[in-house]
Design a protein around this ligand. Structure first.
Ligand SMILES: NC(=O)CCC(=O)C(=O)O
Length: 264
């Protein structure tokens, strides 16, 4: 299976409309890949909070329209990263779409863990409440977004729902890059799954982005890692490795369930 992670540069000098056109063009260039992945909130920038309300769109908004066409032109499955979604009741969400090679919406995931503690996304956006997996011809994807990477129980839930390959769009800052790499590898090893983690490059709202998108195999080995700038990271991997690893080293079968409940 071939995946291309598009580590898009998100800088304030470029308008949302121009970035949308540019990214749709980058997706069209990936014909031949099985799956293309975009980062988190790449229209606005994950830290450009003032743009969330201004640029929020419905699920069938301009980003969906541009990318559904691009996915279908390229004939690829597309994890379209996330955009600020305005739901019909007015609530904003950090929402990811997965589009099929014919441009149909195959899955919608609203980020569960919002980043910012008492500001930014944590106060401006609502929280998703549903785990989402998507069956592709070669593998089952489990969806998570950026800060979700710090919450291993979400990934265990996705494994229980059948996930073999986690896709994690992000807008991760350079100052915590060591956490990004460590957490991506940890989620892969503990769940014996592939991790495709796609970040942004550039600087927005004064926050330099880490880049360093990364693909990790179920043994925790890094198959590919990007540099800091805009880059297409293409990797070939065999999703059957997941079943093989889980069979040869069956640690997931030794889980003791219920340890997250209070002691009596
Ligand atoms: N956009 C995010 O979720 C940022 C997460 C982050 O910076 C961190 O977990 O550290």
């Amino acid at each position: 299976m071939r995946a291309s992670l598009l580590q898009v540069a998100v800088n304030e000098g470029e308008s949302v409309e121009s970035r949308r056109r540019r990214v749709a063009g980058m997706v069209r260039e990936q014909a031949g890949a099985d799956l293309v992945v975009l980062p988190e909130l790449w229209t606005t920038g994950a830290f450009a909070y003032e743009g969330f309300g201004r640029e929020a769109e419905p699920l069938d908004g301009p980003t969906h329209e541009a990318l559904a066409e691009a996915a279908s032109d390229a004939g690829v499955w597309l994890h379209a990263g996330s955009v600020p979604e305005r739901a019909p009741d007015g609530t904003l969400y950090n929402t990811s779409l997965v589009l099929s090679p014919s441009g149909e919406t195959a899955a919608v995931y609203r980020k569960i863990h919002r980043f910012g503690f008492d500001k930014g996304e944590a106060v401006l956006m609502g929280a998703g409440d549903a785990l989402v997996t998507v069956r592709l011809p070669h593998t089952t994807l489990g969806l998570a977004t950026c800060y979700d990477l710090r919450f291993p129980e979400l990934f265990r839930g996705l494994v229980d729902a059948g996930a073999e390959t986690f896709v994690v769009p992000a807008g991760w800052p350079e100052r915590r890059r060591s956490h990004w790499t460590l957490l991506a590898r940890a989620r892969a090893v503990e769940n014996q799954a592939f991790v495709l983690a796609c970040g942004t490059a550039g600087t927005h709202a004064g926050i330099p982005q880490a880049g360093h998108s990364i693909v990790v195999d179920p043994w925790g080995e890094v198959l590919a890692e990007a540099g800091p700038g805009e880059q297409v990271l293409t990797v070939d991997f065999d999703p059957k490795t997941v079943a093989g690893t889980r069979e040869r080293f069956p640690a997931l079968k030794d889980r003791v369930l219920g340890l997250d409940r209070p002691h009596r």
